[in-house]
Design a protein around this ligand. Structure first.
Ligand SMILES: CC(C)(COP(=O)(O)OP(=O)(O)OC[C@H]1O[C@@H](n2cnc3c(N)ncnc32)[C@H](O)[C@@H]1OP(=O)(O)O)[C@@H](O)C(=O)NCCC(=O)NCCS
Length: 203
């Protein structure tokens, strides 16, 4: 797991600007005020958001999305390397355009969520949650008992999202990410990326 710190990964509603990881910061506001903030674009009607498995001919678009967020198509987590092309790739399409991706793999009775990303222009509309819920359903149908995900110590927004969705902190691989990448990179809000944080949720 490494992350792109050059591409804009988030939207800043106060400046109406797409921002990269280092430019991002946390701000505590009331839940009510959050609803008043501007969105990056027109919200897409729920009926025009479709979730489906990526077709074989979309492999390059899936790889591009992975590279956009992670600078690579191989994701290292849970002590193994996942190649995006070998994962089950679930897409969210907003009015026909690729908006989000959830890549997962089954390992015995676990569903490992390898990648979850929503392009910044589509964030904050519930697409991330929809993808996670759909993956949970797919996992249950395949007999999985646990859903697992790994993130990094700096990624405070994502740690919030997962915990809101019922995941619990499970294991910390202290220094694991820095070791895998031969050094620390700069992550969310300038926090050094060092540790892999694993979370689990019962299915
Ligand atoms: C994390 C991510 C997948 C969420 O997707 P999304 O479609 O924006 O998420 P949703 O609209 O379904 O919102 C789910 C929760 O995410 C949180 N969230 C989404 N964007 C956020 C932001 N910019 N800042 C803070 N919280 C945010 C909200 O708390 C929301 O919870 P709520 O419904 O209680 O308000 C998406 O923001 C993303 O791809 N970020 C890129 C960076 C990244 O690090 N991803 C790492 C995954 S390991």
């Amino acid at each position: 797991m490494s992350v792109s710190n050059s591409n804009p990964l988030y939207y800043c509603p106060l400046r109406d600007k797409f921002i990269n990881l280092e430019e991002a910061d946390l701000l505590v506001i009331s839940k009510k005020a959050k609803g008043d903030l501007p969105r990056p674009g027109e919200a897409v009607a729920q009926a025009n958001i479709v979730l489906r498995r990526a077709f074989d001919e979309e492999a390059e678009e899936v790889a591009d999305m992975c590279r956009y967020f992670w600078d690579e198509t191989e994701i290292f987590c849970f002590n193994q390397t996942f190649e995006i092309g070998e994962c089950n790739n679930l897409l969210a399409l907003a009015e026909g355009e690729i908006a989000g991706l959830l890549a997962w793999k089954k390992a015995e009775e676990d569903l490992i969520m390898v990648v979850l990303n929503v392009y910044p222009e589509f964030q904050g509309q519930g697409i991330g949650r929809m993808l996670v819920r759909e993956a949970m359903e797919l996992g249950r149908k395949q007999g999985c008992k646990l859903m697992k995900v790994a993130t990094t110590n700096d990624d405070l927004p994502t740690l919030a999202v997962y915990q809101k969705m019922g995941f619990q902190l499970h294991k910390l691989v202290a220094g694991g990410v820095a070791k895998h990448h031969d050094g620390e990179m700069i992550g969310f809000s300038g926090i050094p990326i060092r540790d892999e944080v694993q979370l689990v949720r019962k299915l």
